[in-house]
Design a protein around this ligand. Structure first.
Ligand SMILES: Nc1ncnc2c1ncn2[C@@H]1O[C@H](COP(=O)(O)OP(=O)(O)O)[C@@H](O)[C@H]1O
Ligand SMILES: [Mg+2]
Length: 278
């Protein structure tokens, strides 16, 4: 199903009823026309001004990943199943070395699976070539890492807009909202090295959300922050997600932070298991 947000009202319509160009994913603008159920596009029955639309939903099935090492192949993921609904959040926990970052990289399309499949919305990642994958990642995925990975030579305002501009999805109105809600108004002209860790991570969160991705992947996003700052950054992130069409998959070591997301799972011996099943 496709969820179409019209200002404050939400209307749910069948996916196949919608015309071709605006298939799915993150931010879209413009008119859509409604087809009849046999898929013929006649005179539009009516058209809608689409503000946001998203069916992005993550489905990881039987994913296997091995690394080649001097000692032979290292089996890291041995049949991972995972799903994440629209606009929901999932905490991924697990011991160091259990493969959490590996899984996030695969979901982000930064690496390829050795078996199984990853589907985001209607798109199977293994059906995209490298160029398509890079474009897809830029437009559909937000990434936040433990190392904030800001661009040192760019001011905060340009770091914030960086990915959205690359993706051709820069929206000054949304950017202004992000600045306000992340409390970055006084920091826009600074460079990353002039910011505290918490401030840097707030910029990284804003940068990842600026293109309104369908899926935000966060790998220990508060791992370099103290407890109070971690709480603050996560709360800002969760507040922002409430108002955007974005699902969150977050790796964390902290049961306290994990508990604030909708669901929690653990990666253990190459598989995903419920929190209490280890
Ligand atoms: N590129 C790589 N080549 C070989 N081994 C790797 C590579 N990346 C990760 N590993 C190994 O895979 C395992 C899982 O790593 P990782 O996904 O980073 O774990 P986590 O994020 O849960 O700490 C570790 O044993 C790690 O050493
Ligand atoms: Mg890791």
């Amino acid at each position: 199903m496709l969820r179409v947000s019209l200002g404050l009202t939400k209307k749910v319509v069948g996916y196949h009823e919608l015309a071709g160009t605006l298939k799915y994913g993150g931010w879209a603008g413009g008119e859509i026309h409604v087809k009849n159920l046999r898929g013929q596009e006649r005179q539009p029955l009516f058209s809608l001004r689409v503000l946001q639309m998203s069916v992005l939903m993550l489905q990881v099935q039987g994913v296997v990943k091995n690394y080649a090492t001097p000692q032979g192949p290292l089996a890291v993921l041995a049949g991972v199943d995972l799903h994440l609904g629209e606009r929901s959040s999932l905490a991924l926990m697990g011991e160091s070395g259990s493969g959490k970052s590996t899984l996030l990289h695969l979901v982000a399309g930064l690496d390829r699976v050795d078996g199984g499949s990853i589907r985001i919305g209607e798109q199977r990642l293994d059906q995209l070539n490298e160029g398509q994958l890079a474009h897809w990642r830029r437009t559909q995925i937000g990434l936040v890492f433990q190392q904030f990975n800001l661009i040192g030579s760019l001011r905060v305002e340009d770091n914030l807009a960086f990915q959205a501009r690359l993706a051709g999805r820069f929206d000054p109105h949304w950017q202004a909202q992000l600045v306000e809600r992340l409390g970055l108004g006084d920091l826009l002209r600074r460079y990353p090295e002039q910011l505290s860790g918490g401030q840097q991570q707030r910029v990284a969160v804003g940068r990842a959300l600026a293109s309104r991705p369908g899926l935000l992947l966060a790998d220990e996003p508060t791992g370099n922050l103290d407890e109070a700052t971690s709480d603050e950054v996560l709360q800002l992130l969760l507040d922002l997600l409430r108002d955007s069409p974005t699902s969150l998959l977050m790796v964390t070591h902290s049961p306290r932070l994990a508990a604030r997301l909708d669901r929690q799972v653990v990666l253990h011996r190459g598989r995903v298991v419920p929190m209490d099943a280890r």
